[in-house]
Design a protein around this ligand. Structure first.
Ligand SMILES: [Zn+2]
Ligand SMILES: [Zn+2]
Length: 285
């Protein structure tokens, strides 16, 4: 009899222990950058919120706060507004350029026509670059939602003029078939909900396949991409067109998209991308 009671009490203890662990685990989510578990209750701590200091924009209810995606440390590291990029190509500006009060990098000159701005979430460096690899090659399309949410936070944090419409950078039908989705389109779809802006899918298309962009110089990339994009609808010149991409390496793809949109009437652009390859240019395409 005593043995049965002892066994029952041990079984009960084990059951309670397991239940508690399952319950604790269910309360946690994993940081998308460092993989540490984030206790649910810490997802909205003051420290996590301080990463969004200065944030004055209005986010729609569709946008998850950054602390739901990242642990407080990564959240602060990514979103503390210290990154200042070239207004036109988003290349991170160094302290010397900033001390002079310049807003353009050494490669860019302000162009009155078309008007171009570029905004990115971060530099294409670890651990953030891992997100793009997972999205493009790891068959994890759900990461697009996190990236779009974080980019939306960044845009509203910087209070830059938002684009009026979003157009994703197209990929070739072969790549689409192989990957099953266009990562730029996924990001644009989620950004559309986060920023409350319409997305124009299938308007910009790639009409020719191009050889791989890897191992090409900036000039070769540009000539490789000339005339490969086509905009199938007229665009209103008063609208700011937001061309959405995952990574900006040399900017050649965006220039090709912009050139096609200009032929369709567009005159103002605000390019949006998740990350920007820092100099020297490293190809990942
Ligand atoms: Zn983390
Ligand atoms: Zn620049």
């Amino acid at each position: 009899m005593n043995l049965i009671v002892a066994q029952l009490s041990q079984a009960m203890r084990l059951f309670l222990q397991t239940t508690r662990r399952v319950f604790q685990y269910a309360q946690m989510s994993e940081c998308y950058a460092c993989n540490q578990l984030i206790p649910f209750l810490k997802q909205h701590t003051k420290r996590a919120q301080s990463a969004s200091r200065g944030f004055t924009g209005t986010l729609t209810s569709n946008v998850k706060p950054p602390s739901n995606w990242l642990c407080p440390t990564c959240c602060e590291l990514l979103l503390t507004p210290t990154r200042v990029g070239c207004r036109q190509c988003a290349l991170k500006l160094g302290p010397r350029v900033l001390n002079f009060g310049w807003s353009y990098c050494r490669h860019c000159k302000p162009t009155p026509n078309p008007q171009i701005k570029t905004s990115v979430l971060c530099d294409y460096i670890p651990p953030w670059s891992n997100w793009i690899t997972r999205l493009k090659y790891g068959n994890e399309p759900e990461i697009a939602m996190m990236l779009a949410d974080l980019l939306a936070h960044r845009l509203l944090l910087n209070k830059k003029d938002l684009p009026d419409v979003l157009i994703p950078t197209p990929i070739s039908p072969e790549k689409l078939k192989h990957r099953g989705y266009n990562q730029a389109q996924l990001i644009a779809d989620h950004l559309s909900k986060a920023l409350n802006r319409p997305v124009m899918n299938n308007v910009l298309i790639k009409i020719h396949e191009t050889p791989s962009q890897a191992d090409l110089s900036k000039e070769q990339r540009q000539s490789n991409l000339d005339h490969v994009m086509l905009c199938r609808e007229k665009l209103n010149p008063t609208l700011i067109i937001g061309i959405v991409d995952d990574v900006i390496t040399t900017g050649s793809t965006l220039k090709a998209c912009m050139s096609a949109c200009m032929k369709a009437g567009a005159t103002q652009f605000h390019h949006l991308a998740i990350s920007r390859t820092p100099e020297p240019f490293v190809s990942i395409e």
